[in-house]
Design a protein around this ligand. Structure first.
Ligand SMILES: Cc1cc2nc3c(=O)[nH]c(=O)nc-3n(C[C@H](O)[C@H](O)[C@H](O)COP(=O)(O)OP(=O)(O)OC[C@H]3O[C@@H](n4cnc5c(N)ncnc54)[C@H](O)[C@@H]3O)c2cc1C
Ligand code: SF4
Length: 543
């Protein structure tokens, strides 16, 4: 078997999948190696018992925290990576997020490239990932050269009431930009059925625009792109001088195999990309690849201060798809508090079974069912700051996440402010005499928003990657997941990393001396059929 490729991509998730889709029309020989299998399509995809309680699709790997305690993370290894489970909220970072600015716990890290560089790529991602939204509603949003390609997802009545109440009080709620294939005007034609098991669950009807559906499947319709599943890369190999990578060693079902490539792109997620670079030691790179000049691989791990809230008021409602509303009015602080506080958005629907799993006991005088039919459910996100001691390291074969929280005050303030706003909308009934707000912060095992472990920058002493996301220390090793982030902002992370994957894609086109594919060509493969059929793999279908 010829195992030499023009490009090897490690990891078929958001970053790797997006890059593969972008480069597929070039005709270059591309190999994607994915550690996990295809996620099975089965009734359990929408089962709370299977997904939330048994955690059926999460890794069984046990990591350690800084004190050596076990970490059972919500990391998923499958084609599409963590996006198979995402809430599909695709936010552009704000212009100021790319500039160093004060937060309660210090200045944020300056990005070496600014919003204007990412803008055209954000626009492309919105097309490739079917994003619904509306330009101009969110006053903090950066300028957009084009509106979202699809109309916003409509609020259901209870969420619309909250929206209207906030507006009446002078706030600026907006429709969340979400990547799902929903047509609210023609529900009978819509792939998405607005179910109540979206955020945190895979989509049984394949209507979420995740990295499997909108990136990997379209990419493998091209005959020059090969995807190998259950192929875990164990090590990246270099030439004797240590200046260039030559390929990778991967654990397949039937043994270890070496694949060689002209260029290797790592996109295993911020935790696993750092892990793979650290595992790839040799005599020229004794601390792992990309680490000689900077000693930065694995450092500056961030995952946001993330919190959830169940707001239980005396108003029953039958909302199904809840994740449609966002509020950024406190993103940069408030008049008497000059520090960024962050973003508020709906989570998916929380049903009685989930509440039982989360809380153990219902609130006094209520059943879980009564709580669930009266709740609206919220997510909070505050920026955490890069700290070199917050890092991914290897403890033998075990991965360790050392993390000490920072910037907590604005997070607590954001939660308090949102509680006050909801309290202004008090509803009571026979069951709920006083509204209840139950909230908690996501612990270190909640790695959904992982980023920052292989940061990019101009200076090889303080960054691992250069501005093209190529390792400073190596001629042909790139990283395209969220590990390149110098700072985490306070918005869902994936839009920026996918935009960056396209940006790096443009650099690779130049490097490989091939033409840039047009958006028409890229969109041709959007609705790629199932990978089960060989014919499907060879023939792009039109939309
Ligand atoms: C429940 C949940 C909800 C989320 N909601 C949102 C949201 O609403 N909006 C948003 O922007 N983000 C959301 N996210 C985050 C989003 O999923 C991630 O930001 C995104 O998937 C990161 O992309 P990535 O390419 O870095 O990693 P991934 O998409 O996770 O892909 C990495 C891939 O690499 C593979 N891999 C790892 N190690 C190896 C190896 N050694 N060899 C081969 N393959 C390997 C993995 O199996 C995986 O498929 C959510 C995440 C979760 C878990
Ligand atoms: S809400 Fe739509 S996209 Fe989300 S899981 Fe349900 S059907 Fe799929």
């Amino acid at each position: 078997m010829n195992t030499h490729y023009d490009l090897i991509i490690v990891g078929a998730g958001a970053g790797g999948g997006t890059l593969a889709r972008y480069l597929a029309p070039t005709g270059k020989r591309i190999l994607m190696l994915e550690r996990g299998p295809w996620l099975p399509r089965e009734l359990d995809n929408w089962s709370t018992q299977a997904v939330v309680i048994q955690r059926k699709y999460e890794t069984k790997e046990v990591w350690k925290d800084k004190d050596g305690r076990p970490v059972n993370s919500n990391q998923h290894y499958n084609v599409g990576g963590n996006t198979k489970f995402w809430g599909a909220a695709l936010f552009r970072f704000r212009e100021r997020d790319f500039h160093s600015h004060p937060t309660k716990d210090g200045m944020t890290q300056e990005w070496p490239l600014k919003y204007d560089v990412f803008e055209p790529y954000y626009t492309q991602v919105e097309k490739l990932f079917d994003v619904h939204g509306i330009r101009g509603e969110d006053p903090t949003a950066p300028p957009m050269s084009e509106d979202y390609p699809f109309e916003p997802i409509e609020h259901e009545p209870r969420v619309q009431e909250i929206h209207d109440d906030l507006k009446a009080r002078g706030h600026h709620p907006f429709h969340l930009p979400v990547a799902i294939r929903r047509d609210d005007r023609n529900p009978h034609l819509s792939a998405c059925i607005r179910c109540n098991t979206c955020d945190g669950f895979p989509c049984l009807v394949h209507a979420k625009a995740d990295a499997e559906m909108n990136a990997v499947r379209p990419a493998i319709t091209y005959p020059n792109v090969t995807l190998m599943t259950e192929a875990r890369v164990l090590k990246i190999l270099t030439n004797p001088s240590g200046r260039a990578v030559t390929g990778v060693q991967a654990q397949l079902r039937d043994g270890v195999q070496t694949f060689t490539g002209d260029v290797v792109v790592v996109s295993c997620g911020a935790i696993n990309s750092a892990r793979l670079l650290l595992m790839s030691t040799n005599d020229k790179h004794p601390r792992g690849l990309g680490n000689n000049s900077s000693d930065q691989v694995g450092r500056n791990y961030m995952y946001h201060l993330l919190g959830w809230m169940l707001a239980i008021t005396g108003k029953t409602h039958a909302t199904s798809f809840e994740k449609t509303l966002g509020l950024n009015d406190f993103y940069w602080g408030e008049p008497d508090y000059p520090y960024p506080m962050g973003n508020i958005q709906n989570t998916g629907r929380v049903n009685a079974e989930m509440m039982k799993a989360m809380l153990g006991k219902p609130l006094a005088g209520m059943t879980f069912e009564q709580m669930a039919e009266r709740s609206t459910n919220w997510w909070f996100m505050t920026e955490d700051l890069p700290d070199p001691n917050n890092r991914i390291t290897l403890d033998g074969d075990t991965l360790r996440i050392s993390y000490t929280e920072n910037n907590r005050e604005p997070f607590d303030r954001l939660l308090a402010r949102w509680t006050e706003l909801l309290e202004g909308m008090q509803f009571v009934d026979q069951v709920v005499k006083v509204s209840q707000y139950i909230s908690n912060k996501v612990p270190v095992s909640g790695v959904a928003h992982q980023c920052g472990t292989v940061r990019f920058g101009a200076d090889p002493k303080t960054s691992v990657l250069d501005l093209n996301c190529k390792a400073h220390d190596l001629d042909n090793l790139y990283v395209v997941d969220s590990s390149f982030y110098p700072s985490s902002a306070a918005l869902n992370p994936t839009h920026t990393l996918m935009a960056n994957a396209l940006r790096v894609g443009d650099h690779l086109l130049e490097r490989m001396k091939v033409y840039r594919p047009t958006m028409d060509v890229l969109l041709q493969a959007t609705r790629a059929p199932s990978p089960g059929s060989q014919a499907a793999r060879r023939q792009p279908v039109s939309v």
